[in-house]
Design a protein around this ligand. Structure first.
Ligand code: FAD
Length: 486
């Protein structure tokens, strides 16, 4: 490594964030950039560890010590080449990845890990500023046509890789713009949308065609798409939200998180929407669900001027540090505090929602909850909960956002028309590593196959599925595989 003693000399530091009081006034990103000196020091913290577990901690197999070293030497071309050889979209992961690579960092055993995610973001931003991010499609085309259904990170990664292999790629998207949940799920304060537009422009220059406002299976029949192409990649995401079918679910004011988040994203981008407006301003908000979607509802509610924000989770509070049951270097299930939590929220753990209560006008006025205690198995995993006697109470609120995850992809439409087989969780059945469904020529990737997951996994699946499509079409593939890296 460039500076072998760097990890002893420098502490982990993250770029400055805009103070809470300022940043909640708008929807802009609020994490700054390192100075040149700080970036140099942070990359110097990557030590010459014998086995860099960060490679396997990252679902993309990012070659992290090598790009850290190139950053330390200020060799931006090399850093960008290394990073982009495994990750098509570091500008997304560098902003919103929970960074399993950092959990696997060897330095993290007894010191704070290398700030890999931030370094990644800096490499790609420098690469854009120095005009290094250019179309990569080969001059020789294969003459094969591939359709990609869905323009989330999985579909985009598949499209980018297939185009790189010389195939003619068309992406079909039912929304009016590309990005999937990056566009209309994740708020701008985590990922401003010009970041997606900038990438789509490069992909279009690459020759990839994007067709918007087309729902495959509705606007066009799915089998027609299969007939007209040599292969199809299904990357439609996991879009059916988990509901809470308890008494009072019908009261006005109880909404799915995605309905709330999507329309705020549309407001920020001045895009019209037809659904009833959902506004948290002046309301007492309760967010049910403790994951990324829940914390995005917290951040959005605070920006809209909610009177109060609470977040409920039925699970017990996770530990602050790894326990013996989550050994390094696996991704630890520890308490996550996101930037939205810094902005104001009361978090409650081990609490079960039993009923929504409304007034005579059908408006939500409170929820009835009770504390729960969990039976824990020998591995420390919560198995079954029971209500704590005498803990039932009402908590006043006028807005509830249900952020309890997504159960499976939408079956009606494309999947139904194609007769695609599903697995026991009702995701598209296509074995990991093969990505091929039961339908001839049809592959699947991302949340639609894997179930709800992370952006980094969606990109990884899109890349790996593209390689399998390329092998199917050409008999072999020269596209990179993460198995070759690690
Ligand atoms: P999606 O991103 O869901 O994209 C699927 C696309 O397919 C959509 O654009 C959809 O419109 C389109 N589509 C579906 N059916 C059709 C059809 N029939 N025809 C045409 N188009 C179709 N992950 C992280 O790593 N970090 C985070 O901070 C994070 N925050 C999140 C916040 C929220 C609110 C949510 C909901 C998720 C978050 N995630 C996060 C998870 C992450 O966004 C997903 O795992 C990832 O986007 C999945 O990518 P995908 O391409 O498989 O699907």
């Amino acid at each position: 490594m460039g500076k072998v003693t760097g990890f002893q000399e420098f502490n982990r530091e993250l770029p400055q964030k805009t103070p809470v009081a300022e940043r909640v006034k708008n929807y802009n990103e609020f994490v700054g950039l390192y100075s040149d000196e700080k970036l140099n020091q942070q990359s110097a913290r990557c030590m010459n560890c014998g086995i860099p577990f960060c490679h396997s901690g990252c679902p993309l197999g990012n070659v992290i010590p090598e790009f850290n070293d190139a950053v330390y030497r200020k060799n931006w071309d090399e850093a960008y080449q290394i990073l982009s050889s495994t990750n098509n979209f570091p500008e997304f992961t560098g902003r919103i990845c929970p960074a399993p690579c950092e959990s696997a960092c060897v330095l993290g055993i007894n010191k704070p890990p290398v700030a890999i995610e931030e370094i990644e973001k800096h490499i790609i931003e420098v690469a854009y500023s120095k005009n290094m991010v250019k179309p990569v499609a080969p001059l020789i085309k294969t003459g094969k046509k591939v359709a990609v259904v869905g323009s989330g990170p999985a579909g985009l990664a598949a499209a980018a890789q297939l185009s790189k292999a010389g195939h003619t790629v068309t992406v079909y998207e039912r929304d009016d713009r590309a990005g999937g949940l990056l566009r209309y799920g994740i708020p701008d304060f985590k990922l401003e949308k010009w970041v997606i537009d900038r990438r789509i422009q490069v992909m279009e220059e690459d020759g990839i065609v994007f067709k918007y406002n087309i729902e495959v299976g509705k606007t066009i029949p799915a089998d027609e798409l299969v007939r007209a192409n040599d292969a199809v990649v299904l990357a439609g995401g996991s879009t059916i939200p988990r509901d809470l079918p308890i008494p009072g679910r019908h009261f006005k004011g109880v909404h799915f998180a995605m309905d709330f988040l999507k329309q705020q994203n549309k407001r920020v981008s001045s895009t019209s929407f037809e659904m009833e407006e959902i506004i948290a301003n002046g309301k007492d908000v309760i967010v049910i669900g403790g994951g990324d979607t829940g914390s995005d509802c917290v951040g959005t509610s605070n920006r809209q001027g909610a009177a109060s924000v609470k977040q409920f989770e039925v699970m017990v509070q996770p530990p602050e540090k790894r326990t013996a049951h989550m050994p390094w270097p696996t991704y630890p299930m520890v308490l996550k505090t996101t930037s939205s939590h810094e902005e104001g929220v009361d978090r409650f753990w081990g609490i079960n929602t039993k009923e929504f209560l409304g007034d005579e006008n059908g408006e939500l006025r409170a929820i009835k909850v009770a504390d729960v205690s969990w039976e824990i198995d020998v591995m420390g995993r919560p198995m079954k909960f029971s209500e704590v006697e005498g803990s039932e109470r009402e908590i006043p609120c006028q807005r509830v956002f249900l952020a309890m995850g997504f159960v499976n992809p939408q079956f009606e439409g494309a999947l139904q028309q194609l007769n695609v087989a599903l697995d026991e969780r009702k995701n598209v059945k296509a074995i990991e590593g093969k990505y091929r469904t039961n339908v001839s020529k049809v592959f699947a990737a991302g949340d639609m196959r894997r179930g709800q997951s992370l952006v980094v996994w969606a990109i990884s699946e899109g890349r790996e599925a593209a390689r399998k499509v390329d092998e199917f079409l050409m008999g072999h593939s020269n596209l990179e595989s993460k198995d070759a890296v690690n």
